[in-house]
Design a protein around this ligand. Structure first.
Ligand code: MG
Length: 392
């Protein structure tokens, strides 16, 4: 299946040079049973105009931990290389705080490879505008070198909808045209999730969410496959990582402030319960693991009996465990006996602490975490009530 991916990516690159020569109704793959539009179909409606939000300098900043791939300097340009021939020095230039595509020099790609990520890119189309349709300010942001978020000056320039700026090229037009004028900087924010396969079976569909100048333009758009020129994308496995590529489509498009934040792989996120409900088996295993971690932490609190009791009680939230429940109950018994031995004025000083402990055991009872009767719980309740500590 890896071969299939390589073929799709190669077709994409070869075909892209012909993008400007479109306009015919008899061009891309025809409609099929699941797609009412042909690929690059001029009958498909143009994205509606939505006014962009103002440039947001705060949201444009790379967060801590992100990989800065372009700050307009030679230093960050050195993180990129020529796509063809592979690995050669790029002829793109760093100028005026931005990278600029040098037409006919070829795509650039990052030397590093990435998978699922959050990506921020800013681009600016040449002025004055030249050319039309796919010939005006064309470049592209290729996630994993495979699927293109289109870069195109569509401010006042129609083209086929699935090749519009911020389209997933050949797959889905953007929800809106939220571009600024050519020469102004466009802020593109992408969340990218690659399709994940186990063998030939799709276990997580791939998708992209894209904001253009603060406006949602791709709403978790599912990736059938890699997308491409003229050919309908077909589902298939992606590799785990690939380079980020920027397209040379013959226009001196500029880029700046590109940063990328890797996202945890979904399989790992799923295993950790981050992505929503797990299977019963996976949930039980994870809860057992969390409980063990909490108990290990409690074991270190021998010199703080109250904290240790509460931490052990906390472990019962994740896993019922008879031995731990008995241990906690015994510790609560000792704690309550200590309270009962105090003179009334000293006990009053402990009101907040006692109520906190009572609250913990009420919680365990509410969620049926103990699985055992614990007489000191009732005694604790009596102490709170006898002192009227529940009254406001
Ligand atoms: Mg392009």
């Amino acid at each position: 299946m890896k071969k299939q991916f390589a073929f799709a990516a190669a077709a994409l690159v070869l075909g892209a040079t012909a993008q400007a020569n479109t306009g015919s109704a008899f061009y891309g793959d025809a409609p099929d049973a699941h797609h009412p539009w042909a690929i690059h179909d001029w009958n498909r409606p143009q994205p509606p105009r939505v006014e962009p939000l103002p440039y947001d300098a705060e949201k444009a900043k790379a967060p801590a931990g992100a990989v800065v791939l372009c700050d307009g300097t030679e230093a960050t340009l050195s993180k990129w290389e020529c796509d063809k021939p592979e690995g050669g020095a790029t002829k793109w230039i760093a100028k005026d705080g931005a990278f600029q595509c040098v037409p006919k020099s070829g795509y650039v790609r990052t030397k590093a490879k990435f998978g699922d990520c959050q990506l921020h890119v800013e681009w600016s189309a040449p002025t004055p505008p030249q050319g039309e349709s796919q010939g005006r300010g064309n470049s592209g942001i290729f996630l994993m070198g495979a699927v293109e978020c289109q870069v195109l000056d569509n401010y006042d320039n129609e083209t086929y909808a699935d090749g519009f700026a911020c389209s997933i090229y050949g797959i889905r037009p953007p929800l809106a045209n939220a571009l600024r004028k050519p020469g102004e900087w466009q802020q593109i924010d992408i969340t990218f999730r690659r399709p994940v396969y186990e063998g030939d079976k799709l276990v997580h569909p791939g998708y992209m969410t894209v904001y253009c100048n603060g406006i949602l333009v791709q709403d978790k758009t599912q990736l059938d496959g890699t997308g491409g020129h003229k050919k309908r994308s077909t589902p298939g496995p992606y590799p785990e990582v690939g380079p980020l590529k920027l397209q040379d489509h013959g226009n001196p498009v500029r880029f700046r402030n590109i940063w990328l934040q890797a996202l945890p792989p979904r399989t790992a996120a799923d295993d950790a319960g981050i992505n929503g409900p797990l299977s019963e088996e996976a949930t039980a295993a994870k809860r057992k693991e969390i409980a063990a971690t909490v108990r290990a932490d409690a074991a270190k609190l021998g010199d703080k009996p109250l904290d240790q009791m509460l931490r052990l009680a906390e472990s019962l939230i994740y896993e019922k465990d008879e031995a731990t429940a008995k241990d906690v109950c015994g510790k609560l018994g000792a704690y309550v006996a200590g309270l009962e031995a105090l003179p009334k004025n000293k006990l009053n000083d402990k009101k907040d602490e006692v109520k906190r402990v009572r609250g913990a055991f009420q919680y365990l009872a509410k969620f049926q975490c103990c699985g055992t009767d614990c007489a000191p719980c009732a005694t604790l309740e009596k102490i709170v009530k006898a002192h009227g500590w529940d009254k406001k």
